[in-house]
Design a binder for this molecule. Structure first.
Ligand code: HEC
Length: 173
């Protein structure tokens, strides 16, 4: 059945839809071109470094259980041993990852733990307990992509017990 629009309002409606479709097509093309162009921007991720004795795990003889939690849930952003996933090569995801890794390493770098002074260590451990208990760390956006990094209640508990005893150890040294 042919539908013809003799009514002028319908005519303009049809014209509007036509223009909107065209505009959407061009927006799509422009977004695609922008997506391709940003792939050529340099990634400039912070570089990984070899493990030294300043790493918290060797520095404090951290148990395998705790070491495994830290490595699985924190080390991608808080150490010099980041494992970059395949999508880290894709912009704009790469921009977000770079930002989180740089900021994370800047705030707390487990690989450089041995270089922190006593006050800093206590402060970081205290923050660490708070952030993990409140579910703020690891960052939710991270556990969305790394399900196994999400801390269980018992892991949070383990982290808290460990951090508290390490604080006492550091103070009494
Ligand atoms: C996806 C990256 C990422 C992961 C994974 C991650 N963090 Fe963070 N963390 C950050 C960023 C970014 C900041 C700084 C901004 C903020 O506080 O939200 C931060 C801040 C912190 C701070 C605050 C430091 C300070 O001195 O104020 C602590 C403590 C911390 N993280 C502990 C952890 C622990 C413990 C884990 C693992 C259980 C973890 N984070 C996992 C990115 C991450």
């Amino acid at each position: 059945m042919m539908v013809s629009f003799r009514n002028p309002i319908l005519k303009t409606k049809r014209a509007k839809i036509f223009i909107m479709k065209k505009a959407l097509k061009w927006i799509g093309i422009i977004l695609l071109i922008a997506f391709i162009i940003i792939q050529f921007f340099p990634k400039n991720y912070p570089e990984n470094q070899p493990v030294t004795e300043n790493d918290i795990i060797t520095h404090h003889n951290v148990s395998d259980d705790i070491a495994s939690i830290l490595k699985t849930s924190c080390y991608d952003c808080h150490s010099n041993q980041t494992t970059y996933p395949w999508y880290s090569k894709i912009a704009p995801v790469s921009f977000l990852l770079k930002h989180d890794i740089e900021e994370g390493r800047g705030e707390l770098n487990f690989s450089e733990w041995g270089t922190y002074d006593v006050m800093d260590k206590i402060d970081k451990l205290d923050e660490l307990v708070e952030e993990t208990q409140e579910g703020k760390m690891p960052l939710p956006i991270y556990t969305f992509m790394h399900g196994h990094a999400k801390l269980s209640d018992s892991q949070k508990e383990q982290i808290e017990v460990w951090a508290n005893s390490l604080m006492e150890e550091i103070i009494s040294e």
